[in-house]
Design a protein around this ligand. Sequence first.
Ligand SMILES: NC(=O)C1=CN([C@@H]2O[C@H](COP(=O)(O)OP(=O)(O)OC[C@H]3O[C@@H](n4cnc5c(N)ncnc54)[C@H](OP(=O)(O)O)[C@@H]3O)[C@@H](O)[C@H]2O)C=CC1
Ligand SMILES: N[C@@H](C=O)C(=O)O
Length: 274
Amino acid sequence: MSSAPSSRPTALVTGATAGLGAAYARSLAGRGFDLVVVARDVARLETTAATLRSEFGVEVEVLAADLSDRAALERVAERVASTRAPVDVLVNNAGFGLRQRFYDGVPADHERMFDVLCRAVMVLSRAATGAMVPRGRGWVLNVGSVAGLVPGGGHYSAAKAYVIVLTETLAGELRGTGVKATVVEPGYVRTEFHARSGMTSGGSSSLSSRIWLDIDDVVDASLDDLFAGRPVSVPTKRWKAVSTVLDVLPRGLVSRVWNGMPSGARRRHPTSGQ
Ligand SMILES: NC(=O)C1=CN([C@@H]2O[C@H](COP(=O)(O)OP(=O)(O)OC[C@H]3O[C@@H](n4cnc5c(N)ncnc54)[C@H](OP(=O)(O)O)[C@@H]3O)[C@@H](O)[C@H]2O)C=CC1
Ligand SMILES: N[C@@H](C=O)C(=O)O
């Protein structure tokens, strides 16, 4: 005998096994969502799912996929667009950094970055909103970065700028449909991101403690902004101030200051990408 379908709404989170994605999955489970968790490492996905089921009593589906692989991405898009088991909330979170320059970096690495940070976000946002608009309800949260406001943070900054503009455009198109899209622009969060990218994530000086964000603050603020229908979310007053300054300063000036920094200083700054 098959069990009765859950009456809970469903959220799909990409990159749900570590860092921000794991925190989004936990927070959404705590808010009463069933989950679909997506990442590449199957064992880690199964552990994540088991923990969420036992701690929150929600249903968790595991969907292993490398989002840089077009066939795997298509499987995730089909799940996102399902009418049989609708996805109410999509969190496009999976991502990584590259400590390489663009012009002489490894071309395949940069193509993978484009595929995961841009193409997957575009394909899944389209699949989700195409299914949500006819239902008149749904939420898409895309994870950008303050790095997307900086002309000079390598290919990573360019990719996050794409995510920011795509989501703001989408939020405008969705006005009046009942479906909402939000881009979150976090500053620095201690996750596996910097180690995986071969970057330092800084020490624990008083400066770094002011710069680094608490992961749950980022997740809670951005989910609150998503459900309140705000198109852009910049968690914490401190980083809102940084983002406002970056928005109002002439772009050429930000670029000159950033690119004029000694390369050693830029290397210590995680967005430098080189
Ligand atoms: N940490 C920070 O300071 C900031 C991070 N961000 C953004 O937040 C998002 C999450 O990063 P963060 O939590 O820090 O990073 P983590 O490295 O901690 O987690 C990355 C997650 O993405 C998954 N992932 C990576 N590549 C792929 C892929 N090709 N296909 C499917 N899943 C993949 C990983 O799982 P697996 O390896 O199993 O696939 C993992 O679950 C990213 O988009 C990042 O750019 C934005 C601003 C600041
Ligand atoms: N802001 C972070 C990622 O987006 C970083 O650059 O470390």
